[in-house]
Design a protein. Structure first.
Ligand SMILES: [Zn+2]
Lengths: 289, 317
C-alpha cells in the first residue's frame, strides 16, 4: 500500500477532472514497481507499459475503451432502501456507503451503458471495484437485471464485466439471493436469442463467480486476473497444501477449461466486435429478410 | 454419550441428576419417582426458557449440533421406496450430496440434499456435507431428470458451504454451483427446499432455489459463516458472535426478509432432542407447500420462481 496513491491521489482526482490531471503525476505499477506517467497509464487503459499488468479500470473508462468512438449512453439505476439489515460491524453499513459514494462519486459497485461495439448493439454492465471492493448486493443485482432488460429491449448483446471480491456481506442473505436473481437476468437474454459474454476482470471471486459470471456464452478474462470461488488462503488453510503460484489466474483457468480466451485490454474492442459478428450476423440477416 | 452445548450446561446437570436417581436402589422408591418428576418439570422449564430466547450465536451452535436430524434420517422417515442415484456422469460420485427418486405420501418425487454424516467415518466419507463440483452437477442432473418426468423436487440443505479445495476450484466449483441454481430456476415441476441445519452460502442456494423454502426454527441461513464474516470485517474470528447478530441469519429474520415461506417449529429443546418429532413436522410443512403448488402448470411454476427471486432487490419480500 502506497500512501501517495491511496491517500493523496483520490483527493486530487476528486478536485480536478481527469483531463486536468497534470502530466507530471506518476503512478507506480503494483506488479513490477515501475513508475509510469499518469497520462500514459490512462491512455493504456490502466495497463503497465513495462510488464503489461492490468490495474483496475473503472466502468466509465471501460465503456469509453470498448464502445465504438468512445460513445455510449448510461442506464440510470433507481435508488433503493440502502440498509435493510441495519448492519453494523466496527462501522455502520450506512456510513460505509456514504463514504464510498463521496470517495468515488458513484452510487454503487456497478454501472450500465449501451452503445455499439464493432457496429453491433451491445449493453455493458461493469463492476466498479473501487466501490466496496465491487461487492454484489441488491443494487448490483439490479444493475445486472437492468442491463439484461436493456439488451433485450434494444436487441443488443450483453457484456458483463465482473471485478469483485464477492457478495456484499453487509446485506446478509439478500446478497446471496443475488445469485439466482442475476442468473434469471441472463436467462432473459438467452431466451431472447441474444449473446451474453462475460469478461472476467481482476479479481472475480466468491459468490459472484457462482452466478451469472460463469454462465456466459463465452468466457473471456483479462491477463493475470484472479478468478475463483474460494479464496487462496482459505483453500491453503483447508487442504494444508502449497498451491501453485499461478493458481486461479486467468491463464490457469484457461488451462483448466474455464475460459475461452485471455484477452488484453488493447485487443478487447476488436475481439468482442468480432465475436458479436459471429454470433449476431445470422440474426441480422434473418431480421432483414 | 449425549452432546451438550455450552448454554445447555445447567440442563445437562439436571439431566445428570435424573440419571443418577434412576440408578439408585429402589428403597423409598416413591420419593425417587417424585424427585425425578420434579426434576423433569424443572428441565422442561429450563429448556423452554433457554430455547425461547436463543441468540443468533447460540442458534449457530444448535444448527451445527452433531445430533441434528440429517438428510438420510429425513429421507428414511418421510419417504418410501427411496432409490438413490449416483454420479455426475463426468468425474465422480460426491457423497456429500444424496439424491434419488422416492415416494412422498404416495407421490413420486425427486429428493436430494447435502449430508454431513453421523459417525466419524461417515462424516469423512461425506466430506462433512461440503460438496465438490460433482455434487452440484449431480444435483443439476437429478433436477433435469425430475423435470422431464414430471417429478416435484424436495431438497434438504445442511452444509457449511461448498468445499474450498484445489481440485474443486480446478474442476469449476463456481460454474457447478451457478449451473445448479439455474437448474432449480429452469425446473418445470414444483420445488420445495428446506433449510434444516446450516444454510451456508453458495453451497446452500445451489440446492435451495425453490418455489417455496421452509426452514427449521433453529436453523441458520447466511451468505458467509459468522466466523468468515468476522475475520474479514472485524479482522478476527473472535468476533463471530457479533457477526452472527449483524448478519441476521435466523429463521425469524429470513421470514421477515421474504427469503423463506414458513418456519418449521422444533420440539422443546431443539430438533436434536427429538429427531422423530422434528422430522414429522418438517414432513407436514413440505407437504403443505407442495400441495399449494400442485395446480400450477410448468410456465406458472417457472414464473412463480422467477418472481420470487427477482423481488429480492429492495428490502426483500
Ligand atoms: Zn508493471
Amino acid at each position: 500500500m502506497n500512501w501517495i496513491t491511496n491517500a493523496v491521489l483520490p483527493k486530487i482526482k476528486a478536485l480536478v477532472t481527469a483531463n486536468d490531471v497534470p502530466d507530471n503525476l506518476w503512478i507506480k505499477c503494483k506488479a513490477c514497481g515501475q513508475m509510469i506517467f499518469h497520462r500514459e497509464f490512462e491512455q493504456a487503459n490502466n495497463c503497465c507499459s513495462t510488464c503489461g499488468h492490468h490495474a483496475p479500470l473503472p466502468p466509465e473508462a471501460r465503456f469509453a475503451m470498448i464502445f465504438d468512438d468512445a460513445s455510449f449512453e448510461t442506464v440510470e439505476l433507481a435508488a433503493i432502501d440502502d440498509d435493510p439489515l441495519k448492519f453494523r460491524d466496527s462501522r455502520r453499513y450506512a456510513d460505509r456507503l456514504k463514504d464510498s459514494r463521496s470517495k468515488t462519486g458513484v452510487k454503487d459497485a456497478i454501472a450500465v451503458a449501451h452503445g455499439l461495439i464493432g457496429g453491433r448493439k451491445a449493453v455493458i454492465a461493469a463492476f466498479d471495484f473501487r466501490f466496496m471492493g465491487g461487492s454484489m448486493g441488491r443494487m448490483v443485482g439490479n444493475g445486472i437485471i437492468a442491463a439484461a432488460e436493456a439488451a433485450v429491449a434494444h436487441d443488443a448483446a450483453l457484456i458483463t464485466i465482473p471485478s469483485t471480491g464477492g457478495a456484499r456481506m453487509q446485506e446478509g442473505v439478500l446478497s446471496l439471493m443475488q445469485l439466482p436473481r442475476t442468473i434469471l437476468a441472463v436467462e432473459k437474454v438467452r431466451a431472447a436469442g441474444l449473446p451474453h459474454i462475460v469478461l472476467l476482470a481482476h479479481p472475480t471471486t466468491g459468490g459472484v463467480t457462482a452466478s451469472f459470471a460463469m454462465l456466459g456464452d463465452l468466457q473471456i478474462a483479462e491477463p493475470g486476473a484472479i478468478i475463483g470461488f474460494a479464496g487462496r488462503r482459505v483453500i491453503e488453510e483447508t487442504v494444508r497444501e502449497k498451491l501453485p503460484d499461478d493458481f486461479q489466474t486467468a491463464e490457469y483457468l484457461q488451462d483448466h477449461g474455464m475460459v475461452d480466451a485471455v484477452i488484453p485490454r488493447a485487443e478487447q474492442p476488436s475481439y468482442i466486435g468480432r465475436i458479436l459478428g459471429f454470433l449476431m450476423d445470422q440474426r441480422e440477416a434473418t431480421r432483414a429478410a | 454419550m449425549r452432546h451438550f452445548l455450552d448454554f445447555e450446561k445447567p440442563i445437562a446437570a439436571l439431566e445428570g441428576k435424573v440419571e443418577e436417581l434412576r440408578h439408585m436402589s429402589s428403597d423409598g422408591s416413591i420419593n425417587i419417582a417424585d424427585e425425578i418428576g420434579k426434576l423433569q418439570t424443572r428441565i422442561d422449564r429450563e429448556l423452554k426458557q433457554t430455547y425461547e430466547k436463543l441468540g443468533p450465536w447460540e442458534k449457530v451452535q444448535v444448527a451445527r449440533h452433531p445430533e441434528r436430524p440429517r438428510v438420510s434420517a429425513i429421507i428414511g422417515q418421510l419417504f418410501e421406496d427411496f432409490t438413490p442415484l449416483a454420479g455426475d456422469r463426468n468425474y465422480a460420485e460426491d457423497y456429500a450430496v444424496i439424491g434419488g427418486m422416492a415416494r412422498f405420501r404416495g407421490q413420486a418425487v425427486m429428493v436430494m440434499g447435502t449430508e454431513k454424516g453421523s459417525s466419524t467415518e461417515e462424516r469423512i466419507k461425506r466430506n462433512f456435507g461440503m460438496a465438490r463440483p460433482e455434487g452440484y452437477r449431480k444435483a443439476s442432473r437429478l433436477m433435469e431428470l425430475a423435470g422431464r418426468f414430471g417429478l416435484p423436487v424436495l431438497s434438504f440443505v445442511d452444509t457449511a458451504g461448498a468445499y474450498p479445495g484445489r481440485g474443486a476450484e480446478e474442476r469449476g466449483q463456481a460454474e457447478a454451483i451457478a449451473t445448479a441454481i439455474r437448474a432449480c430456476l429452469r425446473l418445470p415441476t414444483p420445488m420445495v427446499a428446506s433449510i434444516i441445519g446450516e444454510g451456508g452460502s453458495g453451497g446452500a442456494i445451489a440446492l435451495a432455489t425453490g418455489n417455496r423454502v421452509v426452514m427449521f426454527e433453529h436453523a441458520i441461513y447466511s451468505v458467509i459463516s459468522p466466523e468468515g464474516c468476522a475475520s474479514i470485517l472485524w479482522r478476527s474470528s473472535d468476533h463471530a458472535k457479533e457477526a452472527a447478530e449483524a448478519l441476521r441469519i435466523t429463521s425469524d429474520h429470513m421470514k421477515e426478509l421474504g427469503v423463506i415461506d414458513a418456519i418449521v417449529p422444533e420440539p422443546l429443546g431443539g430438533a436434536h432432542r427429538d429427531q422423530t418429532a422434528a422430522i414429522a413436522s418438517l414432513g407436514d410443512a413440505c407437504f403443505a407447500q407442495l400441495r399449494d403448488l400442485q395446480d400450477m402448470d410448468r410456465d406458472a411454476l417457472i414464473a412463480d420462481r422467477a418472481d420470487k427471486y427477482l423481488a429480492m432487490g429492495d428490502g426483500g419480500g
